[in-house]
Design a protein around this ligand. Structure first.
Ligand code: 8YV
Length: 327
């Protein structure tokens, strides 16, 4: 019987997809991340790995110790925590979950953008502090989003959904910076491809939807924030590693930019005493981009389907290292 190890507890419906096909599943049931040593021990006699969360990193040591695995199925769209070259060198196909979480993640970016613009989290905290008092019509105001320019760094599936909402809800013109062009976004939403410098200088809201790679790591640093408008809002729902957090804090404290909305921080989890959490124009969420019931179920279903394909010796539905098939 083939064996699958799942790095978190998953609903019975998901396990049934695997067991109904004759596979045996075991799960990590503790409410803490497993260590690399524990993961290697758990995967020792397994054929497939159902990997949820980004810890521990699936590094060279992991793939060397577990080169018997037939498939590693990630329950995330991001795979910056995985040494893909090491997986390929050991002939192990790896899959992710693109598409199924695009709308939920874009919703989170949209939610953060509105929260920052209207200082919503800050205002809620003011009520808790018993500060809903005298009405001053010009005190502590937010800003309108109507007609403001949205800049997207990394306009793929998630960026497209964010751009669509901004375009139709607030008639925001859309500019973007990518290596290639996104023709669908240009045609459907009038999006315009610009240089990185123009993206920084022109965006009123700049939202990141790119993968974290060696090339994109800390692209949003002091040098970048210095080029942005003092009235601008920075949104990151992709990976905390795309921004330099001390530089972001400095940019907010010195007025280089106006506000920031983060669903991802650098590092994660963010410490409860981080000063960013108490800035009126900052909204922070604990990496909930894909955290809706429907989306998480779709992600787990797709992960299970990838596992089933891999264990049947078929090509994975959403493979991140197709060169493993000699392509
Ligand atoms: C996951 C994510 O919640 O898909 C991703 O890349 O960041 C989130 O959807 C997280 O990676 C846990 O698997």
């Amino acid at each position: 019987m083939t064996k699958i190890f799942i790095t978190r507890e998953v609903p019975a419906e998901i396990k049934r997809l695997l067991t109904a096909n004759g596979h045996h599943c075991s799960e990590w049931t503790e409410k803490r991340d497993l260590s690399l040593v524990e993961l290697i021990a758990a995967a020792e006699d397994c054929d497939g790995l159902f990997s949820i969360g980004s810890s521990p990193k699936l590094n060279q040591d992991f793939f060397s110790a577990c080169d018997h695995l037939k498939v590693v199925a990630l329950c995330s769209v991001g795979y910056d925590h995985v040494d893909i070259a090491a997986a390929t060198s050991h002939g192990i196909p790896v899959s992710n979950t693109p598409g199924v979480l695009s709308k939920a993640t874009a919703d989170t970016a949209f939610l953060l953008m509105q929260n920052v613009a209207r200082k919503a989290i800050h205002k809620h905290k003011e009520i808790l502090r018993n500060n809903w008092g005298f009405f001053d019509p010009t005190a502590d105001l937010g800003v309108d989003l109507q007609g403001k320019t949205l800049g997207i760094y990394g306009l793929g599936r998630i960026g497209y959904e964010m751009a669509k909402m901004c375009r139709f809800a607030f008639e925001m013109p859309v500019i973007y910076h990518n290596r290639g062009r996104n023709e669908a976004a240009e045609k459907d939403l009038g999006a315009k491809k610009v240089s990185f410098t123009e993206l920084l200088q022109t965006s009123d809201v700049l939202s990141i939807h790119a993968n974290l790679t060696d090339e994109t790591r800390e692209m949003f640093n002091l040098e970048a924030f210095q080029q942005m408008k003092p009235s601008s809002i920075f949104i990151n729902t992709a990976r905390g590693g795309l921004h330099n957090e001390p530089d972001l804090r400095h940019a907010l404290e010195t007025g280089l930019i106006w506000g920031a909305g983060l669903d991802v921080t650098n590092p994660e989890p963010m410490a409860a005493d981080n000063p960013l959490l108490n800035m009126p124009t900052v909204a922070i969420l604990p990496h909930i981009g894909s955290a809706t019931y429907e989306t998480r179920m779709e992600m787990m279903r797709l992960t299970a389907q990838n596992l089933l394909a891999g264990l049947n010796g078929q090509r994975l539905l959403s493979c991140v290292n197709p060169d493993v098939y000699g392509e």
